[in-house]
Design a protein around this ligand. Structure first.
Ligand code: SF4
Length: 418
């Protein structure tokens, strides 16, 4: 165990950009607004990714860069400021405004940090204006959340209070369940970042122990560490095993007696292991290939191998933070191929060569692979689904067994009609 083979690859990529994370961030913080400074392509991406929201009152929008801006004929900084003032007149309830950079704003070198600084002076604390990049040149989709939280972290108030801080967006129901479990363990001060309201920022300081809920928050973790917090090392809370070890890291840090830990969690663990049994039958022995997109790939591979019996062929990840990911890498079977970065053509050649039963990949690659008879699972679905925690393990396994089931049904139909 623990001897994963780590390799790197560079070349053409096929991943969503960081703008995509706005889709879950704006749901988490309804008093915030995300203004993308970008092109019509950026606007289309967001509208199609967030689908239904265009009929509701959206909490994101795009300041479209027109040809005049792109040609340098207009003062883009003034244009963005004008759009922000118009927006705030129409939407006085906005408390935090994120200016989100894109490929076009980067190419024409709009300095959004400077625009945000000017706006903060003009708006005098009425609205807080922050900026980060969601550009596809620099970021893959989950890195958008890392950028947003990194921008928000300096605003967290200082405090030495002893507390557990859960970092990374979770669905509210999953968050409630996790907080209640920590409370039952005797950890009473549990805060979350990002919070449910952008103004209710948790405090930070040397008494803060951080548990990352998502593996893609490298930059945010660095800022929190610089502010005195202690980042707990653990696998990520996916599957029974990962979630238990994740909670154990907090319990040990707060000196919770092992007997209490076991009495609270053991009933939940045995129930969840039992619920996983039927998925072991469906997934056991099936070959799995994960293409890089969400940075969730390594924890998912660990779960699908160790708790569902899948055979891992290759685990791609857009970026590998070795230190943060070490507890996960330690749990992978010996010589598991972990590939950081992407050369999409070479990776697809390896997929075709190895003939996996299931490929986890981005939406852009799923259809062509399905057309070749290979079952796929969209990575993006895993970011939107409540997959964290011991009691979600069976639901997580279900997400992977569904495409295999569909594939079998289709094959049976084809055989019947042959
Ligand atoms: S930021 Fe770049 S990659 Fe993302 S939608 Fe806009 S143009 Fe496309």
């Amino acid at each position: 165990m623990g001897g994963a083979t780590l390799l790197k690859e560079t070349g053409p990529r096929e991943v969503f950009c960081g703008l995509t994370s706005i889709v879950w961030l704006h749901r988490r913080m309804p008093d915030a607004f995300f203004l993308v400074v970008g092109s019509r392509t950026c606007a289309h991406l967001l509208q199609s990714a967030a689908g239904v929201m265009i009929f509701a009152e959206p909490r994101f929008g795009t300041a479209i860069l027109e040809e005049r801006d792109l040609a340098g004929l207009a003062d883009a900084h003034e244009e963005v400021k004008r759009v922000v003032h118009d927006l705030l007149k129409r939407r006085p309830e906005i408390r935090t405004l994120f200016l989100v950079g894109s490929c076009p704003s980067e190419v024409i070198k709009i300095d959004l940090a400077r625009v945000a600084e000017h706006l903060n002076q003009e708006l005098k604390d009425h609205v807080r204006v922050l900026n980060y990049s969601g550009s596809g040149i620099e970021t893959t989709f989950t890195q958008g959340e890392d950028g947003a939280l990194k921008a928000l972290a300096p605003l967290m108030p200082e405090s030495e209070i002893d507390q557990l801080l859960l970092v990374g967006t979770l669905s509210n129901s999953v968050e409630d369940r996790l907080v209640s479990l920590f409370n039952r363990l005797g950890i009473k001060n549990v805060a979350s970042f990002p919070p449910r309201q952008s103004e209710d920022l948790p405090s930070i300081g040397t008494g803060t122990r951080v548990l990352l809920t998502q593996p893609y928050l490298t930059e945010t973790a660095r800022v929190l560490k610089d502010r005195g917090a202690h980042i707990l090392k653990a696998p990520f809370p996916m599957g029974v095993e990962g979630s238990e070890l994740w909670m154990k890291a907090a319990a040990q840090s707060f000196n919770i007696p092992p007997s209490l830990f076991e009495s609270v969690l053991n009933p939940l663990i045995s129930r969840s292991k039992k619920a996983l049994e039927k998925y072991k039958e469906k997934l056991g022995g099936k070959k799995l290939f994960l293409l890089p997109e969400s940075q969730l790939e390594i924890p998912l591979a660990r779960f699908l191998h160790r708790e569902c019996g899948m055979e891992i062929i290759e685990v791609g990840t857009p970026y590998l933070n070795r230190e943060m990911m070490q507890p996960e890498l330690d749990l992978l079977p010996d010589k598991t191929l972990v590939m950081e970065g992407q050369h999409v053509e070479k990776q697809l050649d390896r997929v075709r060569d190895k003939k996996p039963d299931l490929v986890v990949c981005g939406m852009g690659l799923a259809n062509p692979l399905e057309a070749e008879g290979i079952s796929t699972k969209w990575s993006i679905e895993l970011v939107f689904s409540p997959i964290h925690g011991i009691d979600q393990a069976a639901d997580l396994a279900e997400l992977f067994s569904r495409p295999l089931h569909r594939h079998n049904l289709l094959n049976q139909k084809l055989l019947t009609h042959a």
